[in-house]
Design a protein around this ligand. Structure first.
Ligand code: PMP
Length: 390
């Protein structure tokens, strides 16, 4: 039977990691995989996480099963950060998921069970979005996320919402858009919220980088604006970037509605899907986040560490933007974009030349991980760009 299986396309980013690892040049630069790096090129465990892990080690007295919804203390501790302290608690409930990926999968599957037919999504997007939509058997309708000038394309979103049909879900990145770094401005969110409400579509907001853009509160602006305007919504959240927990797989899926029975049913359906998929999410990272958010000193330490990450990325962006023009590439927008990623308008040949001549590894789309640029390699990256883009 197994011989009937088809080959699958290799994951381009994972292939890129292998190529980078195999490159013997000490000056090579990895701008591929989406993890934060310090100015020295490391992806350390947060001090606040280490401290919480020490507490866990000393105090955790059982690893008995929880349930498909995971650690509800963790799920509830995040609510004020995501939805705001003023949010009506009775309108939201959530469950833990294995990373933001698991949360997106739960959200899309729950939407499908609720009768969703189509997901409206700006492109380019995180490649896994389209895969998850396909896996859930939903149709994908794409629109342009970014204008040719490198700003968020509000008109494209307006157009797709104007033609929305019953059963449509609109998938929006809450902040730090992956892969473009191009976020809607607060003024654009002010327009988007009533547009989404008028279209009658179900918003699904993916918030995978809260705190890596402008700050924890600032990065929730769009989500909160939309939620204040609509009767119901779904949220997929990841703690893997803002707590540096990547491989521990820490995420949460939330449903929002004023209908108490619908809320309970959304959770019950999420739990059924989880049970049939992973049974229950991994505990460790979420327990560490719960401990941090339950302790004022650890919370302050975590916020300090997150603030330092953001400041470093802002500094790299400033230095890239200061290069102004590299051949035909206008570097100024990189200074305005948010989060880990931006896209450079490079051809396939230029991306290959960067790899072969300069040991610079980036995705074939031209997406670069801003945090891959360190104190030691930023200037050589700019010279390499000048060489291939001249
Ligand atoms: N959503 C977006 C937009 C992402 O970029 C990512 C990760 N790169 C995720 C969700 C999922 O993150 P994770 O599963 O690692 O928590």
């Amino acid at each position: 039977m197994l011989e009937t299986l088809n080959a699958q396309p290799a994951d381009a980013l994972l292939a890129l990691i292998k190529l980078h690892n195999a490159d013997p040049r000490p000056t090579k630069i990895d701008l591929g995989v989406g993890v934060y790096r310090t100015g020295e090129g490391d992806t350390p465990v947060f001090g606040a996480i280490k401290a919480a892990e020490r507490v866990l080690l000393e105090t955790q007295d059982s690893k008995a099963y929880l349930g498909p919804e995971g650690d509800m203390g963790f799920v509830h501790a995040l609510i004020p950060y995501v939805f705001g302290t003023e949010f009506d608690r009775s309108r939201v409930e959530g469950m833990q998921a294995p990373g933001g990926t698991g949360a997106v999968r739960l959200a899309v599957e729950v939407a499908a069970r609720a009768g969703a037919k189509r997901i409206l999504m700006g492109t380019p997007s995180w490649p896994n979005h389209a895969q998850i939509v396909a896996a859930a058997g939903l149709e994908l309708k794409t629109f342009k996320h970014m204008t040719d000038e490198g700003t968020a394309d509000l008109e494209a979103l307006r157009g797709v919402l104007a033609e929305a049909a019953p059963g449509d879900v609109v998938l929006l990145h809450g902040c730090c858009h992956n892969p473009t770094g191009v976020d809607y401005t607060p003024a654009q969110w002010d327009e988007i919220a009533p547009m989404v409400a008028a279209a009658g579509v179900l918003p699904l907001i993916d918030l995978a980088y809260q705190g890596l853009g402008d700050g924890m509160e600032e990065d929730a602006y769009g989500l909160r604006k939309v939620l204040a305007a609509v009767p119901e919504a779904l949220v997929a959240y990841s703690c893997d970037k803002n707590f540096g927990l990547y491989r521990d797989r820490v995420g949460a899926f939330y449903a929002v509605t004023g209908d108490a029975q619908a809320l309970a049913h959304a959770m019950a359906n999420g739990a059924t899907i989880a049970r049939a998929s992973w049974s229950m999410p991994p505990d460790h990272g979420a327990a560490a986040v719960r401990l941090i958010l339950g302790d004022a000193a650890l919370t302050a330490q975590w916020i300090d560490e997150l603030t330092a990450m953001r400041a470093r990325m802002a500094e790299v962006r400033e230095r890239l933007a200061a290069a102004q023009q590299i051949g035909p590439i206008n570097m100024a927008p990189l200074g305005l974009q948010k989060g880990l990623f931006s896209m450079l308008p490079l051809s396939g040949e230029q991306i290959m030349a960067l790899r072969e001549r300069h040991g610079v590894y980036m995705a074939g789309s031209g997406r670069v991980n801003i945090a891959g640029l360190t104190t030691g390699n930023l200037e050589s990256f700019i010279s390499a760009l000048r060489d291939v883009a001249a």
